[in-house]
Design a protein around this ligand. Structure first.
Ligand SMILES: *Cc1c(COP(=O)(O)O)cnc(C)c1O
Length: 377
């Protein structure tokens, strides 16, 4: 009996051919033909004003934080139930992460607890679309508009998901995607910054290109390029963009394949949920998700540990996350929790993720389903 991994990086078969093309073109640094193709694909497919591939989802978040003009003394509201990068990007600018509670149904930031956390130092809200299921964006955008705050969407898990028909990442001021090997579409390490305002395009290009106006130079808008602003190096190699390009061309096939697994799990476990034996993910009416993840919630931490061990003994890898950031060593040092932790800790203690990846065979999927059903039998 072979082990069923929790994740296998997506691979559609044409990646090597495109990487070879990038190599043959003698253009393997950033912003070559494949980077441009990927940027244009994201803009067109999702209706973004601009898109720039980055070296990771983390650096896309860093760029968004810097472009928001965050600085020391500012505060940013975000959920505590998220990956470290959501908070490190804020800390990088000297601003303080202010963690608030999540909703138990979607595990997303509780939009109804945001306003109580706003102070005169608050500059931005980070909406993390957990499991590729959208936050309640109309409410969040309304709060942001009324208080003059920026909204950064951490859509690392939300590529191809929508909220009321709009692609995640294109609703706030900035959207951040990840193309890490654990995400739906991958280039190994990589990401993209989605820009939704025309006036952010040039500052973003400069920030990403070591603070130079090289993009303007390449467009023939200036006759030499120079250091004009603070910047860093956030461009991925065109070899990596070539790898991603193969997958973007198959984006619908990958999405449908993952959704088929997600739906099969959900259907098989619905009777258990009806009996109150476990809790399944909630997808609000206005959200279309991308099957980034299939999680179940057990009764408590003890049962979750037992469940994970039971699956492991049957060759099935199931993993949990996250240690809520406000109780992590760095979270305590750099940030603070505002309000009451009603759901963040208790719900994260119960959650575990089942194997979910492009190409998970029907046979292996069946084995996972049988194991889960037998655990509760
Ligand atoms: C994966 C992930 C990130 C970081 O993306 P990388 O590409 O690994 O840097 C940030 N936020 C969330 C919610 C993620 O899931």
């Amino acid at each position: 009996m072979t082990n069923i991994p929790f994740n296998t990086p997506p691979y559609v078969g044409t990646e090597i051919q495109y990487v070879q093309e990038a190599v043959d073109a003698h253009k393997i640094c950033g912003d070559g033909q494949f980077t441009k193709k990927c940027n244009a694909w994201i803009e067109k497919r999702f209706g973004a004003v601009g898109a720039l591939l980055t070296t990771s989802g983390t650096t896309a978040l860093e760029m968004a934080a810097l472009l928001c003009g965050l600085e020391k003394g500012d505060e940013v509201i975000l959920p505590s139930f998220t990956f470290s990068s959501t908070a490190t990007s804020i800390v990088l600018t000297g601003a303080t992460p202010v963690f608030i509670d999540i909703r138990p149904d979607t595990m997303n930031i509780d939009e109804n607890k945001i306003e109580a956390a706003i102070t005169d130092k608050t500059k931005a809200i980070v909406a993390v679309h957990y499991a590729g299921v959208s936050c309640e964006m109309d409410t969040i955008m309304d709060i942001a508009r009324r208080h003059g705050l920026k909204v950064i969407e951490d859509a690392a898990q939300g590529v191809m998901s929508t909220y009321k028909g709009r692609a995640l990442g294109t609703i706030g001021d900035f959207g951040c995607y990840s193309f890490h090997e654990t995400k739906n579409y991958s280039m190994g390490e990589g990401g993209a910054l989605v820009l939704n305002h025309r006036e952010d395009l040039e500052p973003a290009e400069i920030l990403r290109e070591k603070g130079t106006d090289r993009a303007r130079f390449f467009r023939g808008q200036v006759d030499k390029y120079t250091w004009v602003e603070y910047g860093s190096s956030y461009l991925p190699s065109d070899m990596l963009a070539a790898y991603l390009w193969a997958q973007l061309q198959e984006a619908d096939r990958i999405n449908e394949n993952r959704l088929a697994t997600w739906n099969a799990y959900n259907e098989a476990f619905s009777p258990l949920a009806a009996e109150g034996k476990l809790i399944l993910p909630t997808i609000p009416e206005e959200c279309k998700h991308n099957a980034h993840m299939y999680y179940v919630k057990l009764k408590d931490l003890r049962q979750r540990t037992d469940f994970i061990n039971y699956l492991r003994d049957r060759g099935i890898s199931s993993v949990f996350h996250y240690v809520p950031l406000h109780s992590s060593p760095a979270g305590r040092r750099f940030g603070r929790f505002c309000g009451e932790d009603v759901y963040t800790t208790s719900e994260s203690d119960c959650l575990t993720r089942l194997p979910m990846y492009y190409g998970l065979s029907a046979e292996d999927r069946g084995r996972v389903i049988d194991a889960v059903l037998s655990y509760f039998a």
